[in-house]
Design a protein around this ligand. Structure first.
Ligand SMILES: *Cc1c(COP(=O)(O)O)cnc(C)c1O
Length: 350
């Protein structure tokens, strides 16, 4: 076996990402859109006539224009790329020096560690309060170069209070990133305020509500100076023409997004109360998933559900999420199927 000493030292401890074996299960583990692929994107891909011999536009101007008109901003407020994961990578490459630390609330999205470490830094954690809100004073007193706040937060599901985010923006000495991967489901967003802050970058994705995870499209929104810096660092052409075209079509057709958000707002409280009735302790959610403490062992529940053809995400061995499992909010039919399978599993356990 080749020794890992051959690797860049900051990457030696890395393991590959979550990658389950899929055999046709109902996927309530990834928080993608349960209504299926974005219809405008599918139509675009069926009918497109892109010349594969042409490079894409270097900075995806078509998509940046469509986003500018969606939000009432300008094209130069945007950076577009291959998933919000690329935006995270660009953030570190643009704004941190080798060895700068990154502050992340705990619990939050685990991929932030990867980008910080890959860029020679460390992740420092700021504990969320008991109701999973920000500890603003703790964040402000940090000397990290960048703080990443996922709002709504994954895996807890709640949004952070806008006034807390604003206090962080005013007091923190570095770049404040608002990761709004689930922003379409939430009432509040920081995007309307990008021009008011010198140190804020909002990132969004087409992987969740937009139902286009396969195409890998994400974007950052910031004041024009920060966006210009990020565009200069980003790998040119990282967003391919097919994905860009599909994303433009999806932005111009907001109907599917409205339908998806309305479905989640109707079904989420029903799923939450269904889980409560079965003995779970669900946390409040502003997104298309619910974190809930299980009345039986988390791993036993997750395995039994998998055997019955439903995938959910197990967080139960992580600190502060002891025995917790994350459920993507499905359609009414999916949620009823989930609840009835859980009920059967609980009976087998008693
Ligand atoms: C799913 C998710 C993303 C999406 O990443 P992409 O690279 O755009 O697919 C980003 N942030 C959070 C918190 C997520 O849950």
């Amino acid at each position: 076996m080749v020794s890992r000493d051959i690797m860049r030292s900051t990457a030696r401890g890395f393991k590959k990402y979550y990658s389950p074996d899929i055999k046709g299960e109902l996927r309530l583990d990834t928080n993608t859109n349960v209504l299926g692929a974005n219809p405008a994107a599918v139509k675009f891909i069926r009918e497109q006539k892109i010349d594969l011999n042409d490079y894409p536009r270097t900075y995806s101007d078509g998509l940046r224009c469509a986003l500018a008109s969606l939000y009432g901003l300008e094209m130069d407020n945007f950076v577009a790329g291959s998933g919000s994961d690329e935006m995270l990578d660009v953030l570190f490459k643009t704004f941190t020096e080798w060895g700068n630390d990154c502050l992340v609330p705990y619990p939050s999205y685990s991929l932030y560690d990867y980008f910080a470490q890959m860029n020679g830094g460390k992740v420092l954690y700021s504990e969320l309060t008991d109701d999973f809100q920000l500890d603003v004073d703790d964040i402000i007193s940090s000397r990290a170069k960048i703080v990443i706040l996922a709002s709504p937060n994954n895996p807890t599901g709640n949004s952070f209070r806008q006034k807390d985010i604003e206090e962080v923006l005013a007091g923190f000495g570095g770049i404040v990133v608002a990761d709004e991967a689930y922003g379409e489901y939430s009432e509040n967003s920081m995007i309307p305020f990008v021009n008011e802050f010198d140190n804020m970058v909002v990132i969004r994705t087409f992987s969740k509500a937009y139902a286009m995870a396969a195409l890998r499209v994400g974007y950052a929104v910031a004041n024009k100076d920060l966006a210009e810096m990020m565009n200069a660092v980003k790998i040119p052409y990282s967003l391919n023409s097919l994905s860009e075209g599909a994303a433009i079509a999806a932005v111009k057709d907001q109907d599917f997004i409205k339908r998806s958000v309305a479905m989640v707002r109707t079904e989420r409280p029903k799923l939450s109360s269904g889980l409560s009735k079965l003995g779970f302790d669900p946390f409040p959610s502003d997104s298309n998933f619910i974190l809930a403490r299980s009345p039986i062992d988390h791993a036993a529940l997750t395995d039994a559900l998998k055997k019955k053809g439903v995938l959910v995400r197990d967080f139960g061995s992580k600190r502060r999420m002891e025995n917790c499992v994350r459920f993507t909010v499905g359609t009414e039919t999916m949620n009823n199927e989930l609840l009835s399978k859980i009920s059967d599993i609980l009976e087998d356990f008693s």
